[in-house]
Design a protein around this ligand. Structure first.
Ligand SMILES: NC(=O)c1ccc[n+]([C@@H]2O[C@H](COP(=O)([O-])OP(=O)(O)OC[C@H]3O[C@@H](n4cnc5c(N)ncnc54)[C@H](O)[C@@H]3O)[C@@H](O)[C@H]2O)c1
Length: 368
């Protein structure tokens, strides 16, 4: 018998040795009949069952898929801890092209894999998976959120995600300008998709001046038709981040918006948006602080969606969720205060607070 599996040394090193690791459990799933190949990563269950979505993506290699699952699961631990949820962090990735490979059989097989964890992992939607997919997964697995309202779910999470981002923005205004109102402020929204267009509504309702951009001209046109007054558009994000007199920049499209090219030219004094993983690499948070730009950490202000899916497990109640998402205002203020106190950027302060909550939970487990 010889070894046939080449061990992806860097992934195993990350898992067992590095600071980025420490994951409790990683499950490799395969169902030959349906073609399912998935990785379920549980970073931490210190605060409760791990909660995080399922990404369906055509990874170039299996090692890349494992690495992505590990990173995403870790991120969920921080997001859930910071949102005050009694959930740890987990994430699953299904390897494949969702357009080509997603079938009912595959999703059902995936549901059985998640169910085999007996509730240690609760799944939801992510890139490449939708409410309709979660309805299928839920047929095999009761630890499935992100379902449609007809199936006991809460449906689209972007409403509360946008509300949370808006709260984070108001907290940023309070911290910087001593008043939470955004009336009269100029806010640039990059990406007016599901979250971005709800965010524009909050901003216009409060009397902010809004500048939008999107790679989809139909998305921009829809906003301009809806708001004939107070909203203008620019051609692309490159222009948006340079708009004169911009107070707030809200990245609501893809990750990596804050990088070595964008940070030096940003005209805004606040960055607060929905996109995940806005900081392109470690150190960008310091570059922002050095330029005097206040960064409201992405995973803190965009937690409205996860707050919503977590609530599905208790019988979804919109008002209860909205009240929880409103607390993002206080959480964001607490992070800015901690950052000031410790002399560190807000992103680092957020990490510290989340780590503290997880450590306290772990200590509590040990004490029992
Ligand atoms: N939907 C949620 O509840 C939720 C929760 C947490 C985080 N997020 C994050 O928020 C972001 C937006 O999510 P969404 O659900 O609104 O997605 P979406 O796909 O509905 O909207 C994204 C929009 O960005 C546009 N876009 C893409 N590339 C762009 C570019 N280079 N410049 C300008 N616009 C561009 C797209 O055309 C689209 O209209 C994503 O990063 C997502 O991961 C969403």
């Amino acid at each position: 018998m010889t070894d046939v599996i080449g061990a992806p040394a860097d992934v195993l090193h990350t898992l067992f040795q590095s600071d980025q690791g420490g994951h409790e459990q990683v499950v490799l799933c395969q169902d030959r009949a349906s073609g399912l190949k998935a990785v379920i990563a549980l970073h931490s269950t210190a605060l409760g069952p791990a909660l995080g979505g399922t990404r369906f993506y055509p990874y170039a290699t299996e090692a890349e898929a494992v690495a992505d699952a590990l990173n995403l699961a870790r991120g969920m631990s921080y997001k859930n801890a910071m949102a005050g949820l009694d959930h740890g962090g987990g994430k699953a990735v299904i390897i494949g092209d969702p357009e080509r490979d997603k079938t009912e059989e595959l999703l059902l097989a995936y549901g059985r894999m998640v169910a085999s964890l007996g509730g240690r992992y609760v799944t939801a939607c992510d890139v490449g998976t939708y409410v309709a997919d979660m309805n299928v997964v839920a047929r095999e697995c009761r630890w499935t959120t992100g379902r449609s309202p007809e199936n006991g779910g809460a449906g689209d999470s972007s409403v509360l995600t946008a509300f949370g981002v808006y709260q984070g923005m108001r907290a940023s205004a309070q911290h910087l300008w001593g008043d939470p109102t955004l009336r009269g402020r100029k806010v640039g929204v990059a990406g007016v998709g599901k979250v971005g267009h709800h965010l524009v509504k909050h901003l216009r309702d409060e009397g902010a001046e809004v500048v939008v951009t999107d790679v989809r001209t139909d998305a921009v046109q829809r906003i301009l038709d809806q708001y004939p007054v107070g909203v203008t558009a620019v051609a692309d994000t490159e222009q948006l981040i340079r708009v004169e007199g911009l107070d707030v920049y809200a990245p609501c499209a893809l990750g990596g918006a804050l990088n070595d090219d964008s940070v030096p030219v940003l005209t805004a004094t606040v960055v607060c948006g929905a996109a995940n993983n806005q900081l392109a690499h470690p150190g960008v948070e310091k570059d922002l602080a050095d330029r005097g730009i206040l960064y409201a950490p992405d995973y803190v202000v965009n937690a409205g969606g996860v707050i919503q899916v977590a609530d599905e497990l208790h019988g979804f109640d919109f008002d209860r969720c909205r009240a929880k998402a409103a607390k993002i205002f206080d959480t964001t203020l607490a992070i800015f205060a901690r950052a000031k106190e410790d002399g560190i950027p807000p992103a680092a302060a957020a990490d510290r607070i989340a780590e503290q909550r997880m450590a306290e939970a772990r200590a509590g487990h040990t004490a029992h």
